[in-house]
Design a protein around this ligand. Structure first.
Ligand code: F6R
Length: 244
């Protein structure tokens, strides 16, 4: 695990957006795995600015979303499809064909996980997977208790996660279920890039530092990945002690 502790939250965002932009610039036909959430909003803003300023052509790249709520129409403003449309697709005038979403609107929901895994495989696998972390240590929507061999599947959201995400819902409550890439699906990516900002992530980050392969904090599984970079701001790093 490579750890970068930035001097500020904005520096952490800058580091992550630079890494993404550099990959978009240097790789042909990149397959990028994307996360949603508040942490990523300033990252996408920076990426959009950098792409616009450099006139970078993104048409050969493809994007896979980590997860999606079940029970919301995909046009609902709080769906992750709407989120990425607002933050990336519309500002960069990308075509939605470049994006793949866990398909939650089908009658065959029980098969949707397998279908999504197959789509990732057909695309040649994910090159770089962007990740946030829940205050309970979840990655994607792999809540505590998720196993290291889990794949894209229907997951039940914890009350803690539903409460944390309530602010993204102007009206109505957070759905109880989602379709999420699994821990094993995430680990298949060639590179993992996690960003954690703010004091609300400090306990999960401390736990991640001190534990390995621990189902009660699925983010700990990522430490076994050969190319896992963790970028923190001072608040998220506030409870770790580095014995250098
Ligand atoms: C989002 C996702 C989640 C978030 C995590 C942090 O697609 O999969 O794992 O990354 O819940 O969310 P924020 O950034 O809102 O604190």
């Amino acid at each position: 695990m490579r750890i970068i502790i930035a001097k500020s939250s904005s520096e952490a965002v800058e580091i992550v957006s630079d890494m993404i932009f550099n990959k978009l610039q240097s790789e042909q036909d990149l397959v990028l795995g994307l996360a949603t959430g508040k942490t990523m909003e300033p990252v996408y803003k920076e990426v959009v600015e950098k792409v616009k300023a450099s006139h970078l052509d993104l048409r050969s790249h493809r994007f896979f979303m980590l997860d999606e709520y079940i029970g919301l129409s995909t046009s609902h403003p709080s769906s992750f499809k709407s989120y990425i449309n607002r933050h990336l697709i519309a500002p960069l005038k990308l075509v939605s064909d470049q994006f793949q979403f866990p398909t939650v609107g089908t009658e065959h929901l029980s098969k949707a996980g397998e279908v999504y895994e197959e789509k990732i495989k057909q695309a040649g696998g994910i090159y770089l997977q962007l990740l946030g972390i829940g205050s309970n240590g979840h990655i994607g929507f792999n809540e505590p208790g998720s196993s290291s061999d889990s794949r894209t599947r229907i997951v039940k959201l914890t009350e803690e996660t539903r409460k944390a995400n309530q602010s993204q819902f102007e009206s109505g409550s957070v759905p109880e279920e989602a379709l999420s890439m699994g821990v094993a699906s995430i680990m298949d990516a060639k590179e993992l890039l996690m960003l954690a900002t703010g004091a609300s992530k400090a306990d999960a980050i401390k736990y991640l530092f001190n534990h390995h392969d621990d189902e009660s904090c699925p983010a700990t599984f990522l430490k076994a990945h050969p190319r896992f970079t963790l970028v923190l701001d001072p608040e998220a790093a506030g409870k770790i002690s580095l014995n250098i």
